[in-house]
Ligand binder design. Sequence first.
Ligand code: ATR
Length: 279
Amino acid sequence: MKLFVIGNPIKHSMSPEIHNYWLQSYKIDANYQILEVEEQDLADLVERIRRKELVGVNVTLPYKTIIVKYLDKLDDTARMSGSVNTIYREHDKVIGSNTDGVGFLKTVKKDLDLNVNNKNFFIIGSGGASRGIIFSLCNTNIGKIIISNRNTKKARLLVEEMKEKQKFFPIFQQTWSDKIIPEEIDIVVNTTSFGLKENEELKVDFRNLNENTVIYDIIYNPLETKFLKKAKSAQLTTVNGISMLVHQAAESFRKWFNIEVSDLLIESSKTKLLKLLSK
Ligand code: ATR
């Protein structure tokens, strides 16, 4: 049995490390590989899943949205977020799902031991990852979300879309030029790709926050972005993207094999990745 993570570029993906470890641990005779694809390859990949040649695939940049049109069905997470990171088969249908939101929520609940009820979020970015996270907070009892995105129009459209889907959803926008994060914020999340390169530093002003505020960057490579370094030196609690990466992978694994990856394996995968990435 075979699985792929598809994207372009793809060679830096850590997903094979995680999934092959779990496949071996659960004694499943399958392997998971990276596959660099062009857009014209997508239809054929979906067909291979339909024909049971592949168990499923993970999808990453730049195909998370484009892939939608090739699928038979989207589950709620993919439909609401408009982006797909996991494809699996159910009977003869090929289905798209987005496990980023589950990965985010599990990290907040399990790793940070935080209950999201009444919590206020400040979310930087309004691309695919941001959408997955925001939609995962839809059915919870959060205080509010403030989003800020370089492209103001994109943020406004996301706020409007959310209000359309859920009339009283407490989501607001802060202009990109206003860098000060309001004091009532409990969790700040960078969902943008800005920070992947060592010299990139998101401009934010943490002056109104206190040490209970969590600063979360979904980037895991580098393990500590400049954004997190700055937060750390301001005595704030910081979290990188390792945990979300592993938890979203576990949710994909569950879709493919109907197996709930054990907490022990989740923890040892994080340790493994930390080791690999700190080299
Ligand atoms: P993903 O699926 O990883 O979220 P995406 O949908 O392309 O990827 O979204 C990327 C996000 O990173 C967007 O919010 C983007 O902001 P714009 O909408 O203004 O493009 C943000 N982003 C990328 N490069 C950025 C930069 N240099 N500064 C600020 N934000 C950036």
